[in-house]
Design a binder for this molecule. Structure first.
Ligand code: TRP
Length: 333
């Protein structure tokens, strides 16, 4: 596949309302990439069903995530915004990649281990082969870079290994080997209640701030955020994980360098830190929530954008898929 600009691919699961960790770690960078690259921003509903989903909620959350992408500044004229299940090439290439991905590799994935512990009654094959579908998402579009949070690094490494493996067998020009694009600041926002664990939208409500939380809720959740009893504001993720997490949230949302930010709390306590974190979050989310609400009130327009995105994605995806089918030895129809 030849496109003029480098291709960037990323996806988020519509398995609940996004939390600010997703925004700070990945989503806020998405619009910044769309002028210099051909970006594809996907709503990965096929990944979402690796854990049980309520159908009506999944449908709603897929549209809501699309609206959130757009509300955060992704421009559908520049970027391709679409729903994974609308482009069947994802599933087709995933099957082929499954045959080049080893059981041992998949067994080592920490997300699989975490999710199987959490959903012990539903450790299905899709949960296990999830990374092959993710590799398919990325490799279909010959993406050069994949902006993700820190936790997805292992999946990108597996994608690279599979791409290299197939390139060695079928020719170096089959797949572009993608790089993860992980931003240092804020790539890991931690739980408000257990600040040694990553913030996750599948955990209990008080542990994260959702992108759609009203200002009073944001204030309440941050006020109750776990800190420590040391009584000083320093950035020390080891010994002061809660305080450091609040500093990360403020620093990444206000673009204040960490040193200067920490210095500004020399004579202030945790109350001020929490209030400032709440303010930074509320200021960021205000305009995004307003635009999200506007888009959700016009689902016809939203669906038209998603349809257009799927059509463009489909053309690009099938170029790669056709070539892969040919090289592995499938006959032409
Ligand atoms: N696995 C990612 C997550 O849980 C979501 C995802 C699916 C993704 N396919 C992708 C991210 C392709 C980047 C590229 O966050």
């Amino acid at each position: 596949m030849k496109t003029e600009r480098p291709v960037i691919f990323s996806g988020i699961q519509p398995s609940g309302i996004l939390q600010i960790g997703n925004y700070i770690g990945a989503l806020r960078y998405f619009p910044l990439l769309q002028d210099d690259n051909q970006c594809l921003y996907c709503i990965v509903d096929m990944h979402a069903i690796t854990v049980r989903q309520d159908p009506a909620k999944l449908r709603h959350n897929s549209r809501s995530l699309a609206a959130l992408y757009l509300a955060c500044g992704i421009d559908p004229k520049k970027s391709i915004v679409y729903i994974q299940s609308h482009v069947s090439a994802h599933a087709e290439l995933a099957w082929i990649l499954n045959c080049f991905t080893y059981f041992g590799e998949l067994s080592r994935m920490t997300q699989f281990k975490d999710k199987s512990a959490k959903h012990a009654d539903n450790i299905n094959a899709g949960l296990f082969t999830y990374p092959a579908l993710m590799a398919s998402d990325i490799l279909l579009y010959q993406a050069k870079a994949v902006p993700v949070g820190d936790d997805q690094k292992q999946h990108i490494e597996l994608t690279r290994d599979v791409a290299i493996r197939m390139n060695n067998i079928y020719g170096d020009d089959l797949f572009i080997v993608p790089e993860p694009l992980i931003h240092k600041t804020g790539s890991k926002v931690m739980s408000l209640q257990e600040p040694t664990r990553k913030m996750s939208k599948s955990d209990a409500d008080e542990t994260f701030v959702s992108m759609l939380d009203a200002p009073e809720i944001v204030k309440k959740k941050l006020k109750r955020a776990v800190t420590d009893s040391l009584g000083r504001v320093t950035y020390d993720a080891q010994n002061q994980p809660g305080v450091s997490n609040l500093l990360t949230i403020i620093s990444s949302l206000t673009n204040k360098p960490m040193d200067a930010l920490v210095a500004s709390y020399e004579d202030k306590g945790y109350g001020a830190l929490k209030a400032d974190a709440a303010e930074a979050v509320i200021e960021t989310l205000g305009p995004i929530q307003a635009e999200h609400a506007r888009l959700m009130n016009d689902t016809a327009a939203l669906d038209a954008i998603l349809k257009g995105g799927a059509e463009r994605a489909n053309v690009l995806a099938n170029r790669t898929l056709d070539e892969v089918k040919r090289r592995v030895g499938f006959t032409a129809r």
